[in-house]
Design a protein around this ligand. Structure first.
Ligand code: EPU
Length: 427
């Protein structure tokens, strides 16, 4: 429940990146020695990945802000449907399991609210590395009894977890692997940094060509996950949409360049008061800007829904184009129920503003859509209730406590976990 209208002021802290922590946890399967990961956010998707590791036989111990994984014995190189259906990133274990064990059996993810989530590119890449892949009974079965062999792989389109999956498969392969048209996301770079510490030989992380020279064995290490740029970006937009004066701490401004540029074009002032901190204010009226989502370093699709909420408060027409996922405008209908003026035209949304938002009962459809509804609720007059809030718990750690700490009138009235079953059905 959100009572809108309060400007957010003060400092709000960023946690570790969910989308970096997920591949990092999967990477722990590549070594028999214990790996300690720091700054792992306590969000639902991470718990799901930990359950997946435990299912394979790895031991997972969770401490204050850190997770230790001991994958000395992998009894079952498998990811069952029950786990995969709640989190599509489960396919991230395919590469490491086949790389380490010579075989893997991973349930195929279904579609989800934001569009189909195929893993054909992960599969084609593994085949290039010599794996034999069969698809049966909803599972992908990969076999490479003599180990994987390095090869040149060209991704037809840029895929973040596909790049991560293939890097993890290649680090223990014989010889050199070259990945062309690789994803350049900071999360890919963080994974490569972790693997390099473990003893992998990787060049070109953060560029479109990644070269991996296979090694025989990786070791246990300690590694801190990068800050969550999407959480930080969501908070920056929260500061702007409430006309507050908010400082987001513990973030990496370099990872947020595309969002900062758009916020500034829209009339917000964004400054860096200290290392790892960004302060946002809105000294003048917000004006509309156009946004097209792209792979990194372009504007992140994971911030599109939140930016759309902001554009409902900007003067003029904003054209928001989604190029990564085919159905990532589910929030538009809900924002319209709060008074937004949004017209959808295929992959484009036309947002006319400014409109006065008024609190309403709305339903979250996916993780980032639910964040946009919370942002709209913060700017609306009266009370907004966001239903199916379990979506937000998949990727934001205690968002209501963090926002309340900077002046938001927000409280949780029911525990999303009791609704897990409904979440699985909706996911
Ligand atoms: N695609 C294929 N075949 C594949 C893989 C991808 O056609 O084998 C297509 C997808 O359907 C999509 C496009 O390629 O249209 C890009 O998808 P990508 O593979 O890059 O997405 P992902 O790796 O499944 C990650 C994030 C998403 C984020 C996207 C895009 C993780 C765990 N997830 O997903 O995060 O939106 O990259 O940046 O890293 C979120 O956190 O809310 C979230 C959805």
């Amino acid at each position: 429940m959100i009572e809108g209208g309060a400007p957010l002021t003060g400092e709000i802290a960023t946690g570790g990146a969910k989308n970096s922590a997920l591949p990092a946890l999967a990477a722990c399967l590549l070594t028999g020695e214990p790996v300690t990961l720091e700054r792992i956010p306590r969000v639902r998707d991470i718990r799901t990945m930990e359950e997946l590791l435990e299912y394979t036989g790895a031991k997972v111990s969770i401490g204050e802000g850190l997770v230790k994984v001991d994958a000395s014995a992998i009894a079952r190189p498998e990811a069952p449907y029950d786990v995969v259906k709640t989190m599509r990133a489960s396919s991230l274990v395919l590469g490491p399991l086949v790389g380490r064990c010579g075989r893997a059996r991973v349930s195929l993810p279904g579609g989800c609210a934001i569009g189909g989530r195929p893993i054909n590119l992960h599969v084609a890449g593994l085949e290039k590395l010599g794996a034999t892949i069969r698809q049966e009974h909803g599972y992908i079965e990969a076999q490479a009894p003599d180990g994987l062999k390095g090869a040149e792989v060209h991704f037809d389109r840029i895929t973040v977890t596909g790049t991560e999956d293939l890097v993890m498969a290649a680090v223990l392969a014989r010889g050199e692997t070259v990945i062309n048209n690789a994803a350049r996301e900071p999360e890919v770079v963080d994974l490569c940094a972790l693997l390099t510490k473990m003893g992998a030989k990787i060049a070109g992380a953060g560029t479109s060509t990644i070269r991996i020279e296979g090694v025989a064995k990786l070791s246990g290490v300690r590694h801190a996950i990068i800050p969550d740029r999407i959480e930080a970006g969501t908070f920056l937009i929260a500061g702007a949409i409430t006309h507050g004066d908010l400082t987001v701490t513990g973030c990496e401004p370099e990872h947020l360049r595309a969002l900062i540029a758009k916020l500034e074009q829209a009339g917000a002032a964004v400054e860096q008061p200290a290392k790892g901190a960004l302060r946002v204010r809105v000294p003048r009226k917000l004006k509309s800007v156009d946004v097209t989502t792209e792979e990194h370093p372009g504007f992140a699709t994971d911030l599109q829904a939140q930016f759309m909420a902001l554009m409902t408060q900007a003067e003029g027409i904003s054209i928001i184009t989604e190029t990564i996922f085919e159905n990532r405008f589910m929030h538009a209908q809900e924002l319209a129920r709060m008074g937004a003026n949004i017209r959808l035209d295929g992959r484009r949304a036309l947002v006319a503003g400014p409109t006065r938002l008024s609190g309403a009962q709305v339903i979250a459809s996916d993780l980032r859509a639910s964040a946009s509804l919370v942002l709209a609720g913060l700017a609306a007059s009266g009370e907004t209730s966001v239903d199916r809030v379990y979506h937000i718990d998949r990727g934001y750690e205690q968002i209501e406590a963090k926002l309340a700490g900077v002046g938001a009138r927000i409280r949780r009235v029911s525990d999303g976990r009791r609704l897990t079953k409904a979440a699985e059905e909706a996911n």
